[in-house]
Design a protein around this ligand. Sequence first.
Ligand SMILES: [Zn+2]
Length: 716
Amino acid sequence: MKPLVGFSADAAKAEFELEKQFDAKLNRANLQQWLKRLSAKPHHVGSPGSKEVAEFIAAQFKSWGFDTNIETFYPLFPTPKTRLLEMTAPTKYSAKLSEPAVEGDETSSKAEGGLPPYHAYSIDGDVTAELVYVNYGLPSDYDTLATMGIDVKGKIVIARYGASWRGIKPKVAAEHGAIACIIYSDPKDDGYWRGDVYPKGGFRNRDSVQRGSVMDMPLYPGDPLTPGVGATKDVARGPFKQAKTLTKIPVLPISYGDAEPLLKALTGRVAPAEWRGALPMTYHIGPGPTKVHLKLEFNWDLAPAYNVIAKMKGAERPDEWIVRGNHHDGWVFGASDPLTAMVSTMEEARAIGELAKSGWRPKRTLIYCAWDGEEPALLGSTEWGEFHAAELKEHAMVYINSDSTGRGFVNLEGSHGLESFATQVARDVTDPQTKVTAMERASARRASTGGKVGGDLTIEALGSGSDYTVFLDHLGIASLNIGFGGESESSGSYHSNYDSYDHVVKFEDPDFQYMLATSQLGGHMMLRFANAQTAPWTFGRFAQTVQGYLNEVKALTDDMRRQTERSNELIRSGVLSLSADPRHTYVTPDAKSEVPHLNFAPLENAMTKLQASTKAYSALKTDGLSEAKSQELDLVLMKTERALTNTTGLPRRPWFQHTIYAPGYYTGYGVKTLPGVREAIEQRNWKEAEEQIVIAAKALEAYAAEIDRATSIVKR
Ligand SMILES: [Zn+2]
């Protein structure tokens, strides 16, 4: 018998039996029908399509026996009024900024009423200036420009998509004095360099544009006017001018078709090899002679965000909530993102509803959420989480998210106290293509791509980029993000007019098998959480993982010290500025301050304490506890993650309160683990690094103390 964390051997047997019944109820035909129906019209937040989608989903949940309602919030959501981009010198060109209908894609001709290509939360602007190519627009790219003596002050920059979350690009451009930012999809990243383009293949064609949010979400996500509180109809809103998360400069996304003439006209230095994309030309950096005029105006309106909330009350522990969510809004038709995983979540809930109709009841309360407004800024989930913060902190045991799924490998990310739980679920779901378990397939891939051979599957830490953010980072609720992917061509239609039903069935999950596997993955997680005798936490893998993060930040400091010494030596010796050819001269940077030895002792000591607490708890047997005792234990286990939060939040961004995981201030979606410590080191802010070491150590000690409380309950 395979072990199940949280279950005795007998209870595990009953659980496997129930999961078998659940699997037998899943029906691929539903996935196909719902995907077709929900992706038939544009359905972004605030559109009539989004309301229809929310009402349809709510009616389904109701019919499956869930106590369902639609909770509406009213966040600020800008839509475009004027979008103009033209090259005024050395030749004239007007950007098309549109995605025409293509053969074989039925909905591509029905985009009327849908959002055209734009970036949500760009400010208005009307500017004309010379253009500079800045590669991905990362802080390090500007360092490279500086060594070439190129300044973007007063210029318009053009960056390619990739390497960071898109919202970081205008933020860093503005910090360097640029007055506008254009972002384009280079064919090297998701176009013809990768494979045939749509509609022949799945990759991005020359008209396709990646829409997206450019809000400064690493500061705080959700409604810009109501940070920390739910954007209900009558809530007090801050003045528009004080919204801190809008961009500082206007930003616009374009296709490689529109980018090519602009880039081609640039002269000046040739871009370094790593900066070159796959357009058929020599990439130059400029500035100029390309001169562009960019004019953007938006309707700054509040939009209703319709969250569908569907509950099934627990029979024995109704005050312990298992929350599951996926968003329902799309940029246009949103067939892949989010509907592939939205329909999987619906089918999962339908099968659970059927089990309930045949007499089974969950021990704990299940709450299914279909979020609106995820795409612009995680609007629906953030406002709901902020509005219900107190009760969620009290009752929510876990939040399980999904957001798109497709052919390929199981993907698990989240809180490491749930790593054993999550990998056991992947162990018990069969991969549709290879018929081995999803876990075996993911492990085989890890081994074949140079990773560890054998051993347990591990889960990745969560940054940001989907609806788990408010739960994990703001409220300290243990979270998981799940799905399949890696072999679908969804990157080629991402956030474009071509993210359609036809694209999904041709290039992502033709026979709906991975959507079905996602229903199993999510459904088994819900059923195990619903039924476990004790909440399924284990702490060994958490302690081990955090020890790894600590080793990383120490190594990072040592590396920086060595590198600083070496580069300062080079700078002082003058060898950096010897070239006689002006096209190759480099500006010598200033010497950097030496890297001190930081005091990591508080974190080392906290880790020692955590290891000891973990060891004591792991040695216990938790089966066979009395009902009262196991309920008491649950209440401690489900709140362990809260101990990892610090109510003052991270430096300069108090909304983010988790001390172990956060999206990077300069990476966006990308995670920074031990974020307070790591980012202070990266920013060479040594005083702050030492303060953050103490804060993280306190959080780990509090976590260890919670584990000790759990141990004493079991032992008593
Ligand atoms: Zn999505």
